[in-house]
Design a binder for this molecule. Sequence first.
Ligand code: MLT
Length: 346
Amino acid sequence: MRDSFVRRRAFAASIAVVALILAACQGGDADGTGGASGDGGADAGNYPESPITIVVPFAAGGPTDTVTRLIAEPMAAELGVEIVVQNVEGAGGTVAADQVANAEPDGYTVLMHHIGMSTAPTLYPDLPYAPLEDFETVGLVTEVPMTFIGSPNFEPNTMEELIAYVGENLDTVTYANAGIGAASQLCGLLFETATGLDLTEVPYDGTGPAMDDLLGDQVDFMCDQTTNTSEPILAGEVKAYAVTTPERVESLPDVPTTDEEGLADLQVSVWHGLYVPADTPQEVIDALNAALVVALADENVITRLGELGTAPVPADRATPDAHREHLQSQIELWRPIIEEAGVTAD
Ligand code: MLT
């Protein structure tokens, strides 16, 4: 099973390289912001006329990448142009977001981001973009439970044992995350707040590569989205301690909730959404949103997300307005929690 993961990631990485070449061919600029025509909304009525790049802020083969590639196919079919997926890793997703914030507002460079869009403004005092001002929201995509998992030979077998073990081995136990601003970092922060323990964090470019190291016992545990952890959990390749949702996840019936494990306050779901730069013409946003709505109703997308412990958001949440309201409320929700924890990227 591990081989299949490694193969999947190698394949995804090769796709990323092809995506870079395609992005260059379509006239993308040197920093990979895609096929910006430079004419803003001049051709908005004919949109789209050439390939669209969706920028993913974490490594290929990870949960954000998985969701993006899943919806990209039906979106491309609906829009009638190719969609290339470009992985732009770094600084917990903020490098990619900054890149898209500065791209041409023509709909040819789209950002897929997750809950990190709402935590970054508090975590990064010098964040070079403002999520609500520098982007137009296109629509929410999915909301994914998280799971605490341990490497195959990590000693603890239950959440109770995990907390005790981490407490006794604070200097040696390692917690993998995808950098400050990642969902895995936020979940680790919630674990620290709930348990009073200070984790030794090992940052990766995404939880795709983190999972490879965890499967190889090179890092001890992490909290990651079911879109990345379901298969290794079901294959018995990792130890599963808890899911971070109020109810158990249907596809992972044996994994208890954090609430069941005595951590009622440790609850988080990772929502994803699509963004374009501010000032993108409304016709373009509408076209992208219409394609997103079609993708979220696609049988293959629904089935695959179900297998990975989640589902598309309902249609009323896949609108630009619902997405914007959610982003705003999530910025407000997480700010005091992060401030209280005293974590910043400085
Ligand atoms: C990823 O795609 O690698 C993840 O979303 C990283 C994270 O946010 O933990």
